[in-house]
Design a protein around this ligand. Sequence first.
Ligand code: NCD
Ligand code: ZN
Length: 353
Amino acid sequence: MPQPLTLIQPDDWHLHLRDGAALATTVAHSAKQFARAIVMPNLKIPITTTELAMAYRDRILAAIPDGLAFSPLMTLYLTDDTSIEVIKRAGNNKHIVALKLYPAGATTHSASGVTDIECTYSILEEMIEFDMPLLIHGEVTDPSIDVFDREKIFIERHLEPLTRRYPELKIVLEHITTRDAAEYVEEGGETLAATITPHHLLLNRNAMLVGGIHPHHYCLPVLKREVHRQALVKAATSGNPKFFLGTDSAPHDTSSKESGCGCAGIYSAHAALELYTEIFEAAGALDKLEGFASFHGADFYGLPRNKESISLVKRPWVCPESYQFGDEGVLRPFRAGEALDWTLYANLHRTIQ
Ligand code: NCD
Ligand code: ZN
């Protein structure tokens, strides 16, 4: 057996678990690798209050397989109607750690999102009081802006004024996809950080559009040019604590992905850490993986680092074509039917002997 790679157990700082029977699959996959995860609030009925978040948290806890420890870190969905009272209640609840800002209409279940960031200023000021981070889906929804430019324009139009007005507000620019975003975060103040997904580190837009259209590589923000992918790899593997792991694993039933109007979202939770390890190895930066996966996020959120460790070994396994998704559905995971180089110790049973 090759030498194992051992890390302090990582956390996933951006995750979609969905709800109901789907939790059996999604929670099991994440809990096998991660100690904690920031759980996105974009359910069909968005998680907008402490009560909804606590009930959702209970459903997640009930889905954790026996023998695994996993802490869901809950977030609230910011809307035009979010009140100061909502922030106070959330800020006083130790299980709710952040608010999520979706520009209205930017992505899956974002219809209730914020129509004008300026209207949320009093809410943001209350969040600063509680030191609660704002997690941003950083894309404009202006129909005149090309979909490949929406992140860059969001930074210019919205993020720059926001960071200038509230330098003390902790902001995570979620799932960054461009060199512009990586540079902006790198040059920004200490209160600005970013998550990076495995798929944006592994793929450029050719993976979605060349040789036919590949709906399972469609996500938002959409995959970009190769120069951007390279800039993301550089940022993730740099050791800079402003960049940390966030899978944005976003499962959809195969029928809604393979459709005339397919949903955005890539499911990577089944193999997240193995994928990140492959990326860091290819970049010659395995020594930087632990910081990115296990330390930088916790430090930014002001949470303790994990104590347990987790090991991977370089042994190939073939990813299943599908997983069950809810009572009747199936989902096609990232790298379905393909070999992966690394495997978690916990998953050694699935490697090729
Ligand atoms: C996410 C989803 O499906 O909930 N989709 C995606 O492509 N990333 C929403 C999101 O994070 O934008
Ligand atoms: Zn997401």
